[in-house]
Design a protein around this ligand. Structure first.
Ligand code: NAP
Length: 255
């Protein structure tokens, strides 16, 4: 039990990676508040996790959403020890056609909410006086570039840098902040983004040394590590469960 009786809030947890993380956190002994914009799916999934889980419907971009979610977590479970900022969306467009409103929409979910939730959680953790951990969901696209994914890549680059700054700011309060940068993981988001055709799938596999997609639970295991004491001397880092993608260079065959 690596998170025994810890209290966690996970955003974007009705499905995909966030759902897998919420489940693993509970399997490791935590109590989890799930927050997602998809109320029907979120309620159903939280109910399937049993008494240690609760759900709040939440658009992470709404004014005051971060504080409201932290308050709801404290009201339900008594405090907060772990925040996993995970909600994320994509928008594909050629750079020349990208609209300002789509840029803003992606940044609001993928980056701005990590600040608002992170700040609200950190304020509560400081008031509690016992430290805590914050984990931000980044991506290999924080480093790599997909030409038609400008807002997504920019948001994830921002997540890595926000993680470092938060880590520096919160270290003296005993709050550690780290990020996870997955490669391509088998979720709805990935299917929409990069798995549209056989050709897209072939290209993807050609750049994935382990020759398969990652599973949401393989990201959740890293989240447990970063959320718990096993990573007690780590802060400001991004860990990449990416099937080897970031290690590829031009000497490696991509066929
Ligand atoms: P997913 O399956 O689409 O799940 C994301 C969840 O977040 C969905 O339930 C979604 O609801 C919810 N959400 C979207 N906008 C929200 C908002 N404004 N407020 C609250 N909840 C919101 O995505 P995923 O693949 O698990 O991705 C989770 C995170 O991992 C994201 O940050 C993503 O960038 C990152 N990631 C994923 C991959 C991958 O290959 N899957 C790789 C690297 C990083 P709706 O479906 O109703 O919009």
């Amino acid at each position: 039990m690596r998170l025994k009786d810890k209290i966690a809030l996970v955003t974007g947890s009705a499905q995909g990676i966030g759902a897998a993380c919420a489940k693993r956190f509970i399997d490791e002994g935590a109590f989890v508040m799930l927050a997602d914009i998809n109320q029907a799916l979120g309620e159903q999934f939280a109910a399937s996790l049993g008494e240690r889980a609760a759900f709040i419907p939440c658009d992470v971009t709404a004014a005051g959403a971060g504080k409201a979610a932290i308050d709801a977590t404290v009201q339900r479970f008594g405090r907060i020890d772990i925040l996993l900022n995970n909600a994320g969306i994509i928008h594909s467009a050629d750079f020349l056609d990208l609209r300002e409103e789509d840029f803003d929409r992606v940044l609001a979910v993928n980056l701005r909410s990590y600040f608002t939730f992170g700040q609200a959680a950190a304020r509560q953790m400081v008031a509690q006086g016992q430290g805590g951990t914050i984990v931000n969901m980044s991506s290999v696209n924080a480093i790599l570039a997909i030409p038609d994914q400008l807002p997504y890549a920019v948001s994830k680059g921002g997540v890595n840098q926000m993680t470092r700054v938060m880590a520096m700011s919160l270290a003296t309060h005993g709050i550690r902040v780290n990020a996870i940068g997955p490669g391509t993981i088998a979720t709805d988001l990935a299917r929409k983004a990069v798995m549209g055709s056989d050709e897209a799938r072939r290209k993807l596999m050609s750049r994935t040394p382990l020759k398969r997609l990652g599973e949401p639970d393989e990201v959740a295991k890293v989240a447990v590590f970063l959320a718990g004491d096993d990573s007690s001397y780590m802060t400001g880092q991004t860990v990449y469960p990416d099937g080897g993608r970031l290690a590829l260079n031009y000497t490696v065959s991509v066929d």
